[in-house]
Write a protein that binds this ligand. Structure first.
Ligand SMILES: [Zn+2]
Length: 272
């Protein structure tokens, strides 16, 4: 049971979480190799076509080049600063070439597979017998949870507000009781049966929308109660865009509970 479990863990072991960082050195070295060999190959191929030298001569020059490349690599690997610079260069080259180079894609896949196969037994053994290793490995697999946490922090700091605006719109659209809430500056005009065409007083654009935000204060000039589109309404003042009693809520961080409808909206409705 435990063996098959571990085995299946290996099967789904994608190598992107943990092995990637470990293979990184290997990959970048092989990248370096493919980077230079492709350049060398191109150079030699074009030369060969022109001159038609003998095979022995070709081999000798190839060996020479290989030797030169090997020395070159060693030189770079021994110089951390230069290695750092080169790595950035390789990454750029890789990012540029990888999407349209099937050979490179194949090579990378092979490298990852080879590394994984070579380390599989070790991994299974460590996973089953070493609690610290297992914990670290499981932590690595919780990559998505960590990114969720990051996202939550970002949303709480209101950095990525367009996402909040979208979630707010979804919440209004999908939650019936949400539309019964009260807002400080606006009133929600919800069209139950269809969409209403309207003019947004803020961005002066016309839209056909499921809901509009009507300003509570009527316009000084026309005396009309003007409309705002959802986007403009949210961008005006995110704090006040939240219904009374829900200030500071971050969508995507947990369930929203219905207010006590007998006491809603609270009498001091100007302050939530
Ligand atoms: Zn607008």
């Amino acid at each position: 049971m435990s063996y098959s479990f571990a085995n299946s863990m290996c099967q789904i072991w994608t190598g992107f979480v943990k092995s990637y960082s470990r293979t990184h050195a290997t990959i970048s070295q092989s990248l370096l190799r493919s980077f230079h060999s492709s350049r060398i190959q191109n150079a030699t191929e074009s030369k060969d076509q022109e001159s038609g030298q003998e095979d022995a001569g070709k081999e000798a020059s190839k060996d020479k080049r290989r030797e030169y490349a090997r020395k070159y690599h060693q030189k770079i690997l021994n110089d951390p600063e230069r290695l750092q610079r080169k790595r950035q260069q390789w990454r750029r080259w890789y990012a540029k070439n990888y999407p349209n180079n099937p050979t490179l894609q194949q090579k990378r896949l092979e490298n990852v597979r080879r590394w994984r196969d070579a380390h599989r037994d070790e991994h299974v053994n460590n996973y089953l017998n070493d609690a610290a290793y297992r914990e670290a490995y499981q932590k690595g697999n919780k990559h998505n949870k960590a990114s969720d946490e990051k996202k939550r922090v970002r949303l709480e700091q209101n950095v990525d507000n367009c996402q909040q605006i979208m979630k707010f719109c979804q919440w209004i659209s999908h939650t019936e009781w949400a539309r019964r809430m009260a807002w400080e500056t606006h009133e929600l005009l919800w069209n139950e049966t269809g969409k209403t065409p309207g003019l947004c007083a803020s961005c002066k654009s016309v839209y056909t929308r499921k809901f509009w935000w009507q300003r509570k204060k009527s316009d000084e000039k026309s005396g009309e109660k003007l409309l705002d589109c959802h986007n403009c309404f949210c961008h005006k003042d995110w704090e006040k865009a939240m219904p009374i009693g829900m200030r500071g809520h971050v969508f995507g961080t947990g369930r929203i509970r219905q207010p006590d409808w007998t006491k809603y909206p609270p009498p001091s409705s100007s302050k939530s």
